[in-house]
Design a protein. Structure first.
Lengths: 257, 274
C-alpha cells in the first residue's frame, strides 16, 4: 500500500551544508493498517508524512503508493493537519464540498456525501457555520469530514488532536477508531504521545535521531476497544516509553521547505 | 426577524455622528467664506449658497453648456473604464507574479517605477499616444490605478498561508481552481485595499486630466471652465459632487464589500467591528 524504500531527505541549512532530516528510511504500511509514527519533536516524522502526501520529494530513495511512485499530493492520500486549515471563506458545507467539486461529482451525490460525513463526525446542524464560529474540536471534526467525504484509500494524520484539550482529544480518538473500524482504510498517524499510539495503532513505528530513521517497530496485539485505564494498555505504554527514553529528545527544529 | 433595539440605537448613533461631522465641516467652510469675503472683498460661495446652486443644477440648469448629469455621467464612465482596465491588469499581474518567481523578479521593479510617477506627469505621454480624446483620460486613470492594485494583489497572494495551498492540493485542486477558489479569496483583504487605493488614485487623476486635456465634458472640465467664466459657485457645486461620489464609493461600495467578505469570514484578526 504505502512503501518507503531507502528514503533520505536533506534540507540545506544556514552553512550551506545539507542537514539530513531523514536518513535511509524503509518501511511498509499495509492496506487497512493503522500505523502510528511516534517520536520526539524534531525527529522528522512530519517530514515523513509530507513525503507520503507528496508535498515534498525525497533527496534519495522512493516513496510508493499502491505500487506507483508518489509525484505530488492527491485526494487518494488525504491529509488531516495539526492545524485544521479549514478555508475561512467557506462554510463547513463549503469546506467539505471543496474536494467533491474537484472530483466533479454531481450535486445530489455531493449533498448526500456531505450530510453523511458531517453526521459521522457529529457536525450535523453546523453546515452553514464559518470557521470562526467553531471551537477547535469542531474545526478538526470538519477537517476530518472534509477528507472522509473523498473516501480516500489512505488517510495521513499529522498530530491532528495534539492542539485540543484532553477531553476533546479522547472523544475524537474514540470517534476516529469507530470510523476506522467501520471503513478500514489505511491510516498513517503521526504523534508524539505514547498514550495515543498505544490506544490507536496496530503497529507503532518509532522514529529517532540522529541519524533520523526508523529505530523500532512495535506491533500492538491488544484487542479493541482498549479501555484507557486497563493494565494491558499501561503495559504497552510503558514499553513504548522505554523505547523513547533511549532516544535523545529536545532536538533543534529542522528547516521546513 | 425584528431589528433589535441595540442595533437600531447603533445606527442612530452613527447617523448622529455623521450629521455632526458634516455640521463641523459646514461651519468651518462658512467661517472661511465670511473672513475671505470681508478681508479680500471677493464673493466666496457659502455652504448654503453652494447647496442652493447645486439644487438648481440638479433640477436641470445648464453647467458649461451641458446638464450636470451629463458631466457626472461622462466622468463616471471614464473613471469606471480606466479603473476596470487597471483592476483586470493589476489582478492578472499580481496573481502571475505571485506564482512565478522569475516573472516577478523581472517585472516588479518596473511596477515600482510606475508607482513613483505622479498621475499628472503622464499627460505628455498620454497626449502623444492618443491625442486629445477619451482614450487619453482613460489611459491616465488606468496607469495611475494599476500600480497599487498590482502591488497589493501580489502582496496578498504571497501572504496566503501555504498550508491552505497544501490542503487544497491534497483535496484535488489544480490550476485555475487553486487560483480562483484559494488564492483570490485568501488574498482578498489585500486585494480590496489595493482596489480602494487604485480607485482613489484614478478619481484624482481623472479630474486633473479633465482639467488639462480639455475633454469638453466632465466634472474636472466643468470646474476649470467655471473658473474662466468666474462662475465660482458652479465650481464649488462640482467640488461637493466630487466629494459625495468619493464618499459613496468609500462608505457604501467598499464598506459593503468588506462586510460581505472580510468581516463575515473574519479574514482579519480584529477585536470586533469598529
Amino acid at each position: 500500500m504505502i512503501a518507503l524504500e531507502g528514503v533520505s531527505l536533506r534540507y540545506p541549512n544556514a552553512n550551506g551544508n545539507k542537514a539530513p532530516a531523514l536518513d535511509n528510511v524503509s518501511l511498509v504500511i499495509g492496506e487497512g493498517e493503522f500505523v502510528c509514527l511516534l517520536g520526539p519533536s524534531g525527529c522528522g516524522k512530519t517530514s515523513l508524512l509530507n513525503l507520503i502526501a507528496g508535498f515534498i520529494k525525497p533527496t534519495a530513495g522512493r516513496v510508493l503508493f499502491q505500487g506507483d511512485p508518489v509525484t505530488g499530493p492527491s485526494p487518494e492520500r488525504s491529509v488531516v493537519f495539526q492545524d485544521p486549515t479549514l478555508f475561512p471563506w467557506l462554510t463547513v458545507r463549503g469546506n467539505v464540498e471543496f474536494g467533491l467539486r474537484c472530483m466533479k461529482l454531481p450535486k445530489d451525490e455531493r449533498r448526500s456525501r456531505i450530510d453523511e460525513c458531517l453526521a459521522m463526525v457529529g457536525l450535523s446542524g453546523y453546515e452553514d457555520a464559518y470557521r470562526h464560529e467553531l471551537s477547535g474540536g469542531m474545526r478538526q471534526r470538519a477537517a476530518l469530514a472534509r477528507v472522509l467525504a473523498l473516501d480516500p484509500p489512505a488517510l495521513l494524520m499529522d498530530e491532528p488532536f495534539s492542539a485540543l484539550d484532553a477531553n476533546t482529544r479522547e472523544r475524537l480518538q474514540d470517534e476516529l477508531l469507530r470510523i476506522w473500524i467501520a471503513r478500514r482504510r489505511t491510516i498513517a498517524f503521526v504523534t508524539h504521545s505514547v498514550e495515543e499510539a498505544a490506544l490507536l495503532a496496530d503497529r507503532v513505528i518509532v522514529i529517532g535521531a540522529p541519524p533520523y530513521s526508523v529505530k523500532r517497530e512495535i506491533s500492538i496485539e491488544l484487542p479493541r476497544p482498549r479501555p484507557r485505564a486497563s493494565t494491558n494498555l499501561e503495559e504497552t505504554m510503558r514499553g513504548l516509553r522505554a523505547v523513547l527514553d533511549d532516544l535523545p529528545c529536545c532536538l533543534p527544529p529542522q528547516q521546513i521547505v | 426577524m425584528p431589528v433589535s433595539t441595540h442595533r437600531l440605537r447603533g445606527i442612530l448613533r452613527s447617523l448622529a455622528f455623521m450629521a455632526s461631522t458634516l455640521l463641523i465641516g459646514a461651519l468651518l467652510w462658512q467661517a472661511v467664506a465670511s473672513v475671505v469675503s470681508t478681508v479680500r472683498g471677493v464673493d466666496f460661495p457659502t455652504p448654503v449658497a453652494t447647496l442652493r446652486h447645486l439644487g438648481s443644477l440638479l433640477s436641470g440648469e445648464d453647467l458649461v453648456d451641458q446638464s450636470l448629469y451629463r458631466h457626472i455621467g461622462d466622468s463616471l464612465r471614464r473613471w469606471v473604464t480606466g479603473f476596470s482596465l487597471a483592476a483586470v491588469c493589476g489582478l492578472t499581474f499580481g496573481l502571475a507574479a505571485g506564482r512565478e518567481g522569475v516573472f516577478r523578479r523581472l517585472t516588479l521593479p518596473l511596477v515600482h517605477c510606475l508607482q513613483l510617477i505622479p498621475g499628472l506627469a503622464w499627460i505628455p505621454v498620454a497626449l502623444l499616444l492618443f491625442g486629445i480624446s477619451e482614450k487619453t483620460t482613460v489611459f491616465m486613470i488606468a496607469v495611475a490605478a494599476f500600480p497599487p492594485v498590482a502591488i497589493n494583489v501580489l502582496a496578498g497572494v504571497k501572504e496566503v498561508d501555504a498550508t491552505y495551498l497544501r490542503a487544497a492540493r491534497m483535496l484535488g485542486a489544480r490550476g485555475t481552481t487553486l487560483v480562483f477558489r484559494v488564492l483570490l479569496p485568501g488574498a482578498l483583504p489585500h486585494i480590496l485595499s489595493g482596489l480602494r487605493v487604485g480607485l482613489g488614485n484614478g478619481w484624482r487623476v481623472l479630474l486633473a486630466a479633465e482639467m488639462v486635456v480639455g475633454t469638453g465634458t466632465g466634472l474636472g472640465y466643468s470646474i476649470i471652465q467655471s473658473r474662466w467664466t468666474l462662475d465660482y459657485i458652479s465650481a464649488f457645486a462640482c467640488l461637493v459632487v466630487i466629494m459625495l461620489i468619493g464618499l459613496g464609493f468609500e462608505r457604501v461600495v467598499f464598506a459593503t464589500l468588506e462586510r460581505w467578505t472580510i468581516e463575515r469570514w473574519r479574514l482579519r484578526d480584529s477585536g470586533g467591528a469598529a
